[in-house]
Structures are given as structure tokens and as C-alpha cells.
Write a protein that binds this ligand. Structure first.
Ligand code: CA2
Length: 186
């Protein structure tokens, strides 16, 4: 309980009254208007590190670095902090999702790549943590091969975007902000 402080009441107050508060919430309690910055995770799955290097007819010319910059900038418009991770390993993606829960991450934008179509384990991790998640696909998976039409992970997301290219990540963050009740900064 590193952040906890206990305050003994002033003389005039009942002596049994003890106020315990969390230092991280003090801005809310004090009514300073300084809300805690919420963090979202932007997770990209296998092969998305190759974005912009191959198959531009399907995935465009933007790189993963471009995607991550777009996400950080979009999140900042909502006073959200985007932390971006990519992995080619299913278990590591599951670890990121568990970590999101441990760190009280507000939401997840997730492109599980090919694991969307195969991974019950990723679906289960998302269901377990109950963090609002938007699934994003750069390409329109429904207009491609039939094996891409079904997504296990999408069943655990509150929304899915497919076919907007990398703009889908920007739209996903806007939708996630709305879901979290966060308005764009003026
Ligand atoms: O459209 C998407 O975002 C996908 O999630 C991309 C996955 C694919 O398996 C999904 O069906 C749809 C593939 C990852 C991208 O692979 C690349 C390969 C070469 C160049 C760029 C990306």
C-alpha cells in the first residue's frame, strides 16, 4: 500500500473518523480538475512489423513506426497516452494483455494479425481482463480469402474496424475515447 496515507481528524470531528486516501487520486479528491492521464495499449500482432515493406497493394506504404506515431498523436488529442507494442509471438501478446490488466490500462486497440483467425487463447485473454478493446485490420478481411472472414478475437472486442488502411487505428482510438467517455481536448 505504498501510496496510502492516513489522516487523523481535527479536534472538532468525531475521534473515530479516519480518512484514508490514495495519493494517485488526490487531484480528483481535491477537485483541482487535474484528471489522471489514462493510458491505452496499441497492440500489433505477427508480421505487422513488415508494414510498408511488402504487399503495398494490400497493406499500403505506411510502416509500423508511422502507425505508432499516428496512434500516439491521436491519443494525445484526447489526453490519452498510447503505449505501442508489437509481437510475432502469441504468448507475448497474451502477456501484454495481462500486463494491461495489472497496470489498469483504460483500453486496447488491437490488430492481432493472423492470430485473429486462429487464436482462442488471445480471445480468452481479452475476455479475462474485460478491458474495452477495439479490433483493427488494415485490410478489409471480409473481402479477402474466406479463412480471414472469421475472427475469434473480435468476439471479445466491443467494435471492429477493417479496410480503412492505417486510418483504422485513428478511428479506433476515437471510438475507444468515446466508449471511455473521454472528449477531445479543445
Ligand atoms: O489487415 C490486417 O491488418 C491483418 O490483420 C493483417 C494480417 C493478416 O493475417 C490478417 O488477416 C489481416 C497480416 C499481417 C501483415 O502482414 C504483412 C505482410 C507483408 C507486409 C505487410 C504486412
Amino acid at each position: 500500500m505504498r501510496h496510502l496515507r492516513t489522516v487523523q481528524p481535527a479536534d472538532r470531528l468525531p475521534s473515530r473518523l479516519v480518512v484514508t486516501y490514495n495519493l494517485r487520486d488526490i487531484h480528483h479528491i481535491a477537485g483541482t480538475g487535474m484528471a489522471k492521464t489514462e493510458t491505452i495499449y496499441v497492440l500489433n500482432g505477427p508480421n505487422l512489423n513488415l508494414l510498408g515493406t511488402r504487399e503495398p497493394q494490400t497493406y499500403g506504404h505506411a510502416t509500423l513506426a508511422d502507425v505508432e506515431k499516428l496512434c500516439i498523436e491521436t491519443a494525445a488529442k484526447y489526453a490519452l497516452k498510447a503505449e505501442c507494442r508489437q509481437s510475432n509471438r502469441e504468448g507475448e501478446l497474451i502477456d501484454f494483455i495481462h500486463e494491461a490488466h495489472a497496470k489498469k490500462i483504460a483500453g486496447i486497440v488491437f490488430n492481432p494479425g493472423g492470430y485473429s483467425h486462429t487464436s482462442i487463447a488471445l480471445h480468452d485473454a481479452l475476455v479475462a481482463v474485460q478491458i474495452p478493446t477495439v479490433e483493427v485490420h488494415v485490410s478489409n478481411i471480409h473481402a479477402r480469402e474466406s479463412f480471414r472472414h472469421h475472427s475469434f478475437t473480435a468476439k471479445a472486442a466491443f467494435a471492429t474496424l477493417a479496410g480503412f488502411g492505417i486510418d483504422g487505428y485513428r478511428l479506433a482510438i476515437s471510438g475507444l475515447a468515446a466508449k471511455l467517455g473521454v472528449k477531445a481536448k479543445s
